[in-house]
Design a binder for this molecule. Structure first.
Ligand code: SAM
Length: 276
């Protein structure tokens, strides 16, 4: 079913208001291809009707956002951020924490904002295990993954991945150390799962209740947002970072001209941000 220009405008406005995702008129095909299965499943006559139903039906509204959001991700995506994490950011933060007395010196909070189906979260957990080895038991580590898409949070929490998903970036030599075979799939081992938590969070809405973080990954989500929403997002993330904290954004992203709350830092040609 073809989407008419006025239907495109209605649905693009709906998606923008609810998620921040900007869809311009060139995205007609994307809307059609992602929403057509929902229109068929719900037996809805037109895209206009889909829009009017969604205004009154929260479940349908969630399904629309879920269908429109691009969940593309992979284990060790772009690789460099995880080398940066292992060789620079974590050692620096562990040093900063060790100067703090008491249990605060051994707790580490990490947030993967817009974690999609969880690969980023488990990659961070594996990186921590590989760096700290058996000393990991001395730390209270919490890695929280959040996303707006219900289906992404369900898969993240299950921690079960197909051979194809594993093949996209997970190192073969570490596979059995961190995953167990589950039929034709792979399930993350309990020691990784114990460090991880998942919650549905819309980044347009307040997230102060998540608490403070030492490290925030916010990669490949703000690219879908308007400039004001991007600015607001990174400034609200700044308010959640501990003073020694680090922010990692996507490899094609930059905070130049977005906000001046951060200091751009480089380590071996990899970029991360700390608070000014
Ligand atoms: C391309 S994925 C990025 C996943 C991961 N961070 C990475 O770089 O591999 C973008 C994710 O942003 C999520 N997303 C889009 N709008 C969002 C919003 N307003 N709040 C939270 N998550 C959002 C989507 O559901 C999707 O899972």
């Amino acid at each position: 079913m073809k989407i008419a220009p006025d239907e495109l405008q209605l649905l693009a406005g709906f998606v923008h208001d609810r998620s921040g995702i900007v869809l311009d008129s060139s995205k007609a095909y994307l809307l059609e291809s992602r929403l057509a299965p929902l229109v068929r499943e719900k037996n809805i006559a037109s895209y206009r009707d889909l829009y009017t139903h969604a205004l009154r039906d929260a479940e349908l509204a969630n399904r629309i956002i879920d269908a429109i959001s691009t969940n593309e991700t992979s284990f060790f995506r772009d690789q460099r951020p995880f080398e940066l994490l292992k060789f620079k950011i974590l050692p620096d933060i562990i040093d900063a924490l060790s100067s703090r007395p008491g249990p605060a010196g051994k707790s580490l909070n990490i947030w993967s904002a817009a974690c999609s189906t969880g690969q980023e979260v488990y990659t961070i957990a594996v990186t921590l295990h590989e760096l700290l080895g058996s000393a990991i038991s001395q730390y209270r580590i919490k890695i929280i993954g959040t996303d707006i898409a219900d289906s992404a949070i369900v898969q993240s929490s299950r921690g079960v991945y197909s051979q194809f998903e594993i093949g996209r970036g997970f190192p073969q030599n570490l596979l059995r150390k961190y995953f167990v075979a589950d039929g034709t799939n792979w399930r993350v081992r309990d020691e990784l799962r114990a460090m991880t938590f998942f919650r549905k969070i819309n980044l347009l809405e307040p997230f102060g209740s998540l608490g403070k973080f030492d490290i925030v990954f916010c990669r490949n989500v703000a690219i879908y947002f308007s400039q004001p929403n991007r600015k607001s997002l990174f400034e609200r993330i700044a308010a959640q970072l501990n003073p020694h904290g680090a922010l990692i954004i996507g490899s094609t992203e930059s905070l130049f001209g977005v906000t001046d709350r951060y200091l751009r830092r480089e380590y071996h040609n990899s970029v991360f941000y700390s608070l000014k």
